[in-house]
Design a binder for this molecule. Sequence first.
Ligand code: SF4
Ligand code: SF4
Length: 307
Amino acid sequence: MKKIYPYRFLLLRRFFQISIIILFILGNTSIIHFANTSHILLSGDISSFASDGKNLAVSNTKTHLFDQPLLLGNLSASKALGFIPLTDPLAFLQILLSGGALSLDLILGVLIIALIYGVFFGRGYCAFVCPMNLITDLANFLRRIFGVKNTRFLALPRNTRYAILVLSLMLSLLLGVLAWEVISPISMLYRSLIFGIGSGIFGVLIVFLFDLFVMKNGFCGHLCPLGATYGLIGKKSLIKVKHQVDRCTKCMRCVKICPENQILGIIGKTSGVIDDSACIKCGRCIEVCNDSALDFNIFKLLQKENK
Ligand code: SF4
Ligand code: SF4
């Protein structure tokens, strides 16, 4: 237990990220009954089935692998436990602006997501749900191991993600398509994971190489409009990291590990909560602090205690 404790948030994050992927894969897996035999079919993956000379059109029945999948759909729009709709807020805005059909499920789904992240978890989606975090964390890990430095030829402000968010919405309105979804490496990665579509892997590779060789935390920390959306939704969320300066030895390990370290200006200077919407609630700063100067806090209690 002592060995696991320093990695508690990392393990929790990996547990959630991988479980969600597995649940989506299982939820989207069907059984096709064809000529008295059953074939397991990943949603969308009809190529192997058809290439065996079988014709889906004459297959008898298609049923879900489970009667009641825990998660059905994908990260953009899904149903949990068969009845709770969940909608990606950025996808929702793009559908709205592009003139797409809005079902009651989509509307309820975005309200539920806004409530969960707006009240509690803020940008925690990035650390606990988004599969891209697995890729960008790997790039970051390799950067640390091999001492890779940022290229000098590109300097992007962190706010670029908000500009991309606005641009995606404007293009959705003007062109009538879900502009960000067309090029989103997150959607590509998810489609590859759930439906086995191989070409999406190129988008993921570009993000990985960009984060590894060009810019530390380049994609999530500077470019991704989905992370920006969750940051805006969760601006007033209750779960925050708190800092107690009387315990801090100013080793700055937290600042070195934080993927959004521009938000850690109070470290070693004053007690308080990290009140910036860019915090992804990953808990890395808490894990690396050997002086117990950082912890998660709800309701900003510390602000009253330690001023
Ligand atoms: S910033 Fe974007 S890609 Fe990165 S973890 Fe958040 S939603 Fe995913
Ligand atoms: S402040 Fe801590 S919890 Fe927030 S993003 Fe940085 S390392 Fe993660």
